[in-house]
Design a protein around this ligand. Sequence first.
Ligand code: SF4
Length: 299
Amino acid sequence: MHYTGTIWRPPYEASSLLLEVTAGCTHHKCKFCTLYADLPFRFRMSPFQDIEADLKEAQKRYHYFYGRKATRTFLTGANPFVLQFERLMKIAELIHQYFPEMESIGGFARVTDVTLKTDEELAALHHAGYDGLTIGIETADDEALRFMDKGYLAADILKQCARLDWAGISYRFFYLTGISGAGRGEEGARLTAAVCNRLHPTLIGANMLTVYPDSGLYQEIKQGNWKEESELEKYREVRALVEGLEIPTEFAALGASNAFQLYGVLPKDKPALLKTLDGIIDTVKEDDLREYREHLPHL
Ligand code: SF4
């Protein structure tokens, strides 16, 4: 298989067929992000030949690893959904040629990748198997989105994800706890919950901000332009997010950036999640949480 750099995938894509169609990120500007720092965005060098070669190889090997046929493909790279409609359709055609039983194709997507497609193209992509996109919205707090250079605002999240809803393409959100900065965590969470409540994410996955020295955000902090939330403020922020969510969805905080792992199905598990979060906020010491953060290796 052709893979470039570190391959990032959400935990729930662990048994998906990981197919590289792009490498890096087209945006490459978010101040907190160090994931694809050394990797400029590119579509595969000999795109369709390489993809076809990988599909041939996967066809021979996938079932040895997983004991079953592949039913889900995860396109790797920070935002493969940015690719032109025709390319995405050709990729889907190749996947179905080698894996006729493939049920769905997902990948990371930016809100702005959806903007580039017409409604008709989105509907055709859904028909071709595109479903279950993972969108790192991070927040719907415009002040934080502007400061971090995310390249879109809350209104864009609402508009573009409503178009995905219309087209039948499901999506999961990644939320970045801590992105609003000191004193604004709970407000950022409430703004995000209000936007999520108007959409249909099947899961909201919360990761906690860890500032690494090679990030633009680290420089902003050093220059006194931004202040990090305390660890306990981050937990109050997660609490405000969970409390504010009124839609049926899964809530997860399972990645290593969270010192405490949380998972629940809303609304059923909301009281239990809030009780757990209250317990953390009331009993865990800031210093212990900070120590966990400081010893967290690169994500
Ligand atoms: S957070 Fe996502 S969109 Fe922003 S630079 Fe990193 S990979 Fe690209």
